[in-house]
Design a protein around this ligand. Sequence first.
Ligand SMILES: N[C@@H](CCC(=O)N[C@@H](CS)C(=O)NCC(=O)O)C(=O)O
Length: 212
Amino acid sequence: MIVLHGNSVSPYVRKVLVALALKKLSFEQIQQMPYSGDPNFLKISPLGKIPALQDGDLNICDSTVICEYLEDAYQDHPIYPTDPQTKAKARWIEELAGSKVTEFASGIFFQRFMRPMFLNQETDEDLVQKIIEKHLPPILDYIETIVPKEGFIFGDLTIADISIISPFINAGYANYQMDAARWPLFSAFINRVKAHPIVAPLLVAEAAILGL
Ligand SMILES: N[C@@H](CCC(=O)N[C@@H](CS)C(=O)NCC(=O)O)C(=O)O
């Protein structure tokens, strides 16, 4: 039995939820919050981060490690391209999404949502403005060059598509709206991925968690 530990609103957990759904795998989810300090969770996730995944005796952490494991262990319904060069491109997009894109886009969510609501800390709105005005635009300029006018980056929906939009779903919860006139392809792409039949019901479920 696969067990996923992590709250569905995390951009990294969302990525794993999409991977599990694309692969049509059944699993149990524990809506573990980050920063809980829960000693039982630390036994599963030594850094205290979500997501973590158990599959029988296997216990692994990190969304990329988890998605690659799922791809290797359950080969039906691929979630990465199969050709080596295209797969490498998909992994680069996943890496970009999980590093700088999440740092900045989910950083807005962290400041405006997690800090006041869960960590009893104030939002650093100066930092949020710096992210929006200085840090995000060059990354968005780059993403605008890699997303297609129609469909998904590599044809069918892959981990690359969900990874690159996921942090912006969180930023959206924190009232960030991308300038669609400046980044029209990426803005339309985000809406297309959100409307995908695998992704849309997951977003409805997580909105319910947030009480939206
Ligand atoms: N590289 C990890 C990052 C996971 C991560 O940073 N998750 C956040 C929640 S979105 C977390 O658990 N933060 C708690 C912490 O850093 O202590 C992955 O891809 O899974």
